[in-house]
Design a protein around this ligand. Structure first.
Ligand code: NAI
Length: 211
């Protein structure tokens, strides 16, 4: 596959779901699956699945379907899961601590190396065995530990300043939970997560079916 080909964001957003369902099939020792069977469990149409996977060269074989292990591995490769990622959490408040407590990140290859905050009362506290450190030392830590991803969990007002500092420290990927569209240079990737937006989608759909 040519890594530079332009894949639509809609397809990219579906890949983690394929990956999760395929992992489930692997755990159940299922060796192969047709696009129809995959469609029944995943909820996308069989033709959507074939189209999505054709973007990356297909993987399926006529009359055989998909080799589950191979497809899981290939989609993992496309998602960049061939390496482990070192992360830090900025903002060790309610959300930062909750994320640090979530052990499933490690299972998919994301290790939280530290939390950072400006509140001295939090310095030295450990969430599981992950220490809260002084934000003043973040640049040095990022460079020393070769951190790949920063998880931004500060309050809205601090988020842009923190993002600037992270970029200046060499961070190229920010998982942003603060409710603000942070501005970063073109070579830095930001993925925003917003539970309220998801909740509003839910209320829209709720309203639609209950009208
Ligand atoms: P919190 O107030 O408990 O924690 C924020 C932490 O950030 C505090 O410990 C504070 O000292 C620290 N902080 C502030 N400025 C900093 C800086 N310059 N450098 C390092 N640390 C700094 O807030 P909570 O509830 O944990 O929420 C954190 C953020 O996440 C907020 O922006 C909130 O709106 C957002 N949020 C987003 C959600 C989402 O779905 N995206 C869900 C929940 C919260």
């Amino acid at each position: 596959m040519n890594g530079k080909c332009k894949i639509s964001m809609a397809v990219i957003r579906r890949l983690p779901k394929y990956h999760r369902y395929l992992k489930d099939l692997l755990n159940r020792d299922i060796k192969r699956i047709s696009s129809k069977e995959l469609s029944d469990i995943i909820g996308f149409t069989a033709s959507q699945i074939r189209q999505d996977l054709n973007n990356f060269g297909g993987f399926g074989q006529q009359g055989y379907g998909y080799n589950v292990e191979e497809l899981y591995y290939e989609i993992g490769k496309i998602l960049g899961l061939t390496k482990d990622y070192k992360t830090i959490i900025i903002g060790a408040g309610n959300l930062g601590q909750a994320l640090a407590n979530y052990t499933n990140f490690e299972r998919v290859g994301f290790e939280v190396k530290a939390l950072f905050d400006i509140n001295p009362k939090l310095f030295g506290i450990k969430i599981r065995d992950i220490e809260v450190r002084d934000m003043d030392n973040v640049k040095e830590f990022i460079k020393d530990k070769d951190i790949d991803i920063a998880i931004l969990c500060t309050n809205k007002g601090s988020a842009q300043g923190v993002a600037d500092k992270l970029v200046d420290s060499g961070i190229k990927a920010i998982w942003n939970f603060a409710p603000i569209d942070i501005r970063v240079p073109k070579d830095v990737i930001v993925e925003n997560v917003n539970l309220i937006e998801s909740l509003l989608t839910l209320t829209y759909l709720y309203k639609s079916v209950n009208q």
